[in-house]
Design a protein around this ligand. Structure first.
Ligand code: UDP
Length: 538
């Protein structure tokens, strides 16, 4: 196509130059047409100019365009063609009785940009790569390089099908290293600065400024997606960018919904963008709890797309050695006999670490370990500082231990007497709750969202009202004072967690969604491969 476009371009340029020069050389009649060359320019009104430069824009793009440098090339080409346009207008104005027509210059500019966009679309449609693999090939997309709950889940999913998967991250970080360590091919396509600072609460102005970066990344994903059977968006930004990209690439899309799409978690604008994008672009939505599914539907999401699959976990066959736990306690400065509460998870206001600190004021003998760090926003980092200030209060001094983010968390769970989850907004799922249950620890969780689905109150843990420090303090006192009850809760919780959240079962369910979603494209290709094998055998 490139070669033909370049030949067409040469012919167009030669014809254009000839048309432009002809009137200056005299004004004979145009063969077969009832007007003279000098009258030709009168016919080149706004609309003709628009069309002519549109065709020129498309041809130039097909001849020299490159999607990975879409924006720089587009501006360069538009500038070049506009210069040419102005030059032609100046030449015309040298003909007696004719003046430069600004409207024609504008027409040329609009035509050229429109033509270039048409060229891009044609180029996208022409890139069709066949994969020819046995298993569906999946392109996973995730916006962050940090290891949050959604990323830890993706790590396990991609690791289990590493030979048939690739991951694109929009940010570099320890997530890339973790994926590469388990053999998953991973690349980083960075979002522009503007787009990467747009968070879940962003308003219209910030969203608009992020558009060029988003479009650029989208085009690169379209190109990449054509080598896969399915695109799998694991986060909100991955959906917004990957959804339209999957459609343009003609690939089905799975959206793994790890968030509650509602006030408190997302601005109204972002809620609408996510829902429309999922409804329009996704063939399947995997919700990580009934709560995330319900919020998706309440916001306008299509119920028929949605299937609930919880997070999966490796069931540990052995726990940390006592010596490791002892060393950990000593390292954190916790007395060996101190009753210890663990709260694991990133430091963010909605995760409610401040509620635990408030509750601990009335449990003078208890220590707490806050495992995790501020991962995503400036707001989170500010909150982390506030927590340190809160922990310095005389009633708490020396009892709150900040452990920072740790890749290996098992010993922290093993060290704890109780695991607390205290999110003040509904938690979409709550991996840390299941991890506490699997560790055989009694758990206390906020009565909302996915957390309330994981924990059966008084059977596999205790539920308290979100944000209520006094209820949390009462639940902690109850477990501290009644070790038999605490032990019975944790025994039941461990069994339940092993039954429901085993990774292998969850992976199987996700694989089945991938197969179903891919089936349209996948079936066609397997059939072709089978036919070829049969023909070769014959
Ligand atoms: N986590 C971790 N290291 C830390 C703190 C937390 O690996 O220092 C893990 C934690 O064990 C859990 C995940 O991060 O698996 C947090 O998931 P959750 O669903 O609780 O919260 P999310 O980050 O998804 O909001």
């Amino acid at each position: 196509m490139k070669r033909y476009a370049r030949i067409a371009l040469l012919i167009m340029l030669a014809a254009g130059l000839w048309l432009a020069l002809k009137p200056t050389l005299g004004s004979p009649r145009i063969p077969f047409l009832p007007f003279r060359w000098s009258e030709y320019f009168d016919l080149m009104d706004f609309w003709l100019n628009l069309g002519a430069f549109g065709i020129l824009g498309t041809t130039v793009w097909l001849a020299f365009g490159a999607l990975e440098k879409a924006f720089s090339r587009m501006w360069l080409m538009t500038g070049f063609i506009t210069l040419l346009n102005i030059l032609l207008e100046l030449m015309q104005s040298s003909i007696p009785g004719r003046a430069m027509d600004k409207a024609d210059v504008w027409a040329g500019l609009f035509g050229c940009v429109g033509g270039i966009v048409v060229g891009m679309v044609l180029q996208l449609l022409s890139i069709r790569k066949k994969t020819g693999h046995k298993e569906p090939q999946v392109l996973f997309l995730d916006q962050t390089g940090r290891l949050g709950g959604a990323e830890l889940m993706l790590l396990d999913i991609a690791a289990a099908r590493a030979a048939d998967s690739e991951v694109i991250l929009f940010q570099d970080g320890e997530f890339r290293t973790a994926l590469e360590n388990v053999g998953v091919k991973t690349s980083v396509l960075e979002l522009g600065d503007e787009a990467s600072t747009v968070d879940k609460q962003a308003g219209l102005k910030r969203v608009l400024r992020s558009i060029p970066g988003i479009l650029q990344l989208m085009l690169r994903i379209v190109q990449a997606a054509r080598s896969f059977d399915v695109v799998y968006a694991n986060t909100a930004k991955a959906l917004i960018i990957g959804g339209p990209a999957a459609r343009l690439a003609g690939r089905p899309l799975i959206f793994h919904l790890h968030d509650i799409i509602a006030d408190g978690h997302f601005s109204l604008l972002n809620q609408q963008a996510l829902i429309h994008c999922a409804n329009f672009c996704a063939q399947s939505v995997i919700a990580n709890s009934e709560a995330t599914k319900a919020a998706f539907i309440a916001c306008g999401g299509r119920a028929e797309l949605c299937v609930v699959i919880p997070n999966g976990f490796r069931i540990p066959t052995e726990r940390s050695p006592a010596s490791e736990v002892k060393a950990l306690r000593a390292g954190l400065g916790i007395p060996s006999d101190a009753w210890t509460v663990l709260m694991a998870g990133r430091l963010a206001h909605w995760k409610g670490q401040h509620v635990l600190l408030e509750a601990l004021k009335v449990l003078p003998a208890a220590h707490a370990v806050l495992l995790g760090d501020a991962l995503f926003t400036d707001e989170d980092r500010k909150y982390a500082q506030e927590l340190h200030t809160q922990a310095d209060a005389p009633e708490l001094a020396g009892r709150i231990h900040f452990a920072g983010f740790q890749k290996e968390t098992m010993a922290y769970f093993d060290m704890a007497d109780v695991v607390v989850h205290a999110s003040v907004y509904p938690e979409p799922f709550g991996r840390v709750i299941v991890e506490g249950m699997l560790a055989g620890k009694p758990v206390i969780a906020s009565r909302a969202g996915g957390a309330a689905e994981i924990v059966q109150h008084e059977e596999t843990g205790l539920l308290v009202d979100p944000g209520s420090a006094s209820e949390l303090a009462d639940a902690l006192k109850r477990l501290q004072g009644d070790s038999r009850f605490a032990m019975e809760l944790s025994r039941q919780a461990q069994q339940t967690a092993q039954d429901i959240y085993a990774l292998s079962a969850v992976q199987e369910k996700i694989e089945s969604v991938i197969r179903q979603t891919a089936s349209r494209v996948f079936r066609k290709e397997s059939e072709t491969a089978e036919t070829q094998t049969i023909q070769q055998a014959a």
